[in-house]
Design a protein. Structure first.
Length: 200
């Protein structure tokens, strides 16, 4: 309704102004909901990260613990025993599966570590799922002549077989666990392992 002395154009302008305020209020409300959703997601991610860390502590050997000899059967069916104390090199154990996506992502991070073997680092691979029997895959991933175990002895399973994959263990020459990691490698993980090996 046009007020006395108010033109029809002024009335339309007044309506547009009122709709503009409603729209702004709606946008603010939506943005507040989005911020709340983001904060909730952040809280859940933080909680999950803590839970995963707890699982890692429960399912991987503690740093400082001494691992028993690694006994099992390799991919060719031969029995293998990887002992400690007689070899001055540290040992890196990588527990993986060919079908695990994080395991595949880790191969390019392992290249600098593979380059240290066999002179400065002994590497042992464990595929407890037993899905790697392809020499071409072994060559592509850089496993080369390193031991690849597909079955572990009952005693070794308790210490070495990953419940979460992929798992990396770094042991000193005496078999003491220096570092363990579950999941995808990141640059700082590689730097940490290289620094540890450099001090051995």
């Amino acid at each position: 309704m046009t007020l006395p002395g108010q033109s029809p154009v002024a009335e339309v302008s007044s309506h547009r102004y009122e709709l503009g305020i409603g729209t702004v209020i709606g946008i603010v409300a939506v943005n507040l909901l989005l911020v709340a959703a983001c904060l909730l997601a952040l809280w859940q991610n933080t909680r999950l990260r803590h839970e995963i860390s707890d699982y890692e502590r429960l399912l991987t050997p503690m740093p400082g613990s001494v691992a028993p000899p690694l006994e099992g059967v390799d991919w060719k069916g031969a029995r293998q025993t990887i002992g400690y104390g007689h070899d001055q090199r540290p040992t890196l154990i990588y527990n993986f599966s060919q079908k695990c996506p994080y395991c595949q992502e880790n191969w390019h991070f392992l290249r600098p570590l593979q380059a240290l073997g066999p002179q400065r680092l002994r590497i042992v691979y464990i595929d407890s799922v037993g899905d790697v029997f392809n020499p071409e895959y072994l060559a592509t991933t850089g496993m080369g002549q390193s031991p690849l175990l597909v079955e572990l002895s009952p005693a070794a399973k308790y210490t070495y077989e990953a419940r979460l994959m992929p798992e990396v263990l770094l042991l000193d020459s005496g078999g003491k666990v220096e570092w363990s990691h579950v999941g995808e490698f990141v640059s700082r993980d590689l730097s940490k392992v290289l620094a540890m090996i450099g001090h051995n």
